[in-house]
Design a protein around this ligand. Structure first.
Ligand code: URA
Length: 222
């Protein structure tokens, strides 16, 4: 296991510490979990991750009238939140965020891994910039393995003018190698995960992990 001097120590790393998160992760790790349950569980765990990752969202207040009295009530401007799934495995996690924040904008970064597990971009589609641009961007990808795809997606956002301080990385599982890369590239980045596993194997899969998240969600096979 890397020590505190590992580059990942530079991250603001938050591991969701909740019995239900551990329970749902076990369901995802089990190779006998069928596709429908795998998919719904990714979304359920995604909601728990979204809950944790949004804990410091800027809160405004708005004047409302309850049935009994007027009051100033807390309010999140969801339209200033952007969720960016790394395609295609990030889509169910983005759905989970949008279940909690239905007015959030959604951008897409499409990346596939080449034979050396390096990211190759095939699509970038971000919401049009406006005067009320997003003030919080959640990059979501279930597996933070080598970290190259996540780093690529963050680079895309920064190149489009989103401050690194407004960007959060959210993954179900992370490998120390991927966290180290993000720590080197983006010191101070806030990263939310459900667990950190032992290592990557020779094919850049997380061990013990849960296998190929995209294949298990979409029924594909590499
Ligand atoms: N992507 C996956 O889906 N699984 C891994 O273990 C690593 C990357």
């Amino acid at each position: 296991m890397p020590t505190n001097s590992a580059p990942r120590a530079a991250l603001d790393l938050q591991v969701v510490d909740h019995p239900l998160a551990g329970h749902k992760l076990t369901c995802l790790r089990d190779r006998d979990t069928p596709i429908a349950l795998f998919r719904s569980t990714v979304r359920e765990l995604g909601r728990l991750l979204a809950f944790a990752a949004t804990a410091d969202l800027p809160l405004a207040s708005r004047a409302i009238q309850t049935p009994l009295a007027p009051m100033q009530a807390p309010w999140v401007d969801e339209s200033r939140v952007m969720v960016v799934p790394v395609l295609s495995a990030g889509l169910p996690l983005a759905d989970a965020f949008c279940e909690l924040m239905p007015s959030a904008a959604v951008g897409h970064v499409g990346v596939y891994r080449d034979a050396q597990a390096r990211p190759v971009e095939y699509l970038v589609k971000l919401p049009a910039p406006s005067s009320s641009a997003a003030t919080r961007c959640f990059v979501v990808d279930p597996m933070l393995a080598t970290g190259h795809s996540a780093a690529h997606a963050i680079d895309v956002l920064v190149a489009h003018g989103f401050p690194i301080g407004d960007i959060r990385m959210v993954a179900i599982l992370a490998a120390p190698e991927g966290l180290d890369l993000l720590g080197q590239r983006f010191p101070g980045l806030r990263v939310h995960v459900a667990a950190i596993d032992q290592r990557l194997d020779d094919n850049a899969y997380i061990v013990p992990g849960l296998g190929d998240a995209g294949d298990r969600m979409f029924g594909t096979r590499h």
